[in-house]
Design a protein around this ligand. Sequence first.
Ligand code: NAD
Length: 357
Amino acid sequence: MNRYRIAVLPGDGIGQEIIPQAVKVLKKVGEKYDLEFNFTEAPVGGAAIDIAGVPLPEDTMKLCQESEAILLGAIGGPKWDQLPTHIRPEAAALLPLRKRLGLYANIRPVALYPELVAASTLKEEVIAGTDMVVIRELTGGLYFGEKRREKTETGELALDTLIYTTEEIERIVRLAFETAKGRRNKVTSVDKANVLESGRLWRETVMKIAPDYPEVELDHMYVDNCAMQLVRSPKQFDVIVTENTFGDILTDQASMISGSIGMLASASIGGKVGLYEPSHGSAPDIAGQNKANPLATILSGAMMLEYSFHRLEAAQEIKEAVAKVLKKGYRTADLAEAGKKILGTEEMGNLVADEIR
Ligand code: NAD
């Protein structure tokens, strides 16, 4: 079957600008490889609050459940920041979307296109040749545990709970070992077992699973050390596996190895329907200005072809189209270097699409 239903959720801010670029590129690759994509758009996040009063309308949820994959832009922005947690776009749309679809694994490849080595703020000799995948647990931990606020005699107290079960840890860690088997056979498990009870369960569970993968080298790293090692010597990493909050923070940091957060694609998998989105947010500071880098979203489209539709050749075609455009010296403003041609969001999307023929 060559026909695929894709739910398209542009969301807020630059989501509205980058998603059309990814759709354009997917259509182009679809023509070449005889894949028919049926795109249906729906509101999510602040855009959905404005239309329907809630950030994740049931119609949007239903569309996602009935599709074969979801392409998401980004959610949130200053307009909705003051809303209470139960209706805030990020907490009340993004998290339930992931939870209800069972998307417990977020896969973020951090590789450096050689053409972008000078675009990074980090030194060339440190980052050249970096190629890692960060696997982040996505439906457990601090973001999903009990939350509460209470008045105290002197003010207020706020509580967030960090919960992990053996099963939640085991499934994500197994995915990391399996991923490493197809790469360089190395897993770095990142935790905070020296101070957190959940970190201790994390590490014990990893150690119990490791003997099932004798060919994979395993090391453990505390998250604070990992943050330092990522900028000190990122080439040491092959597959990093970590819990939700640590993965959120470490991947933003790791994005700078690839030149910009606008380069970091992601796939969220684990349920029936995969969700594909750039790792960045809605970038309100540049929204509506045709300045956003669409490549992370375009590359998320390539991950959709790979993980949801198993169309490896078509996925590779998109990655190569991106490489060709970068090689020709085209950049969005976030990747600007002296002597390069700076383009807007739409022009960058057009050039990538043009390379697919
Ligand atoms: P952000 O990722 O939106 O922006 C951080 C910085 O990176 C900004 O300077 C921005 O201009 C830049 N940037 C991000 N994406 C870029 C791109 N494609 N091209 C060029 N530059 C880019 O993070 P933030 O500012 O902390 O958050 C803004 C909003 O996005 C908040 O409401 C936040 O909650 C939300 N957010 C949503 C998601 C998501 O939808 N998955 C993820 C993170 C943040």
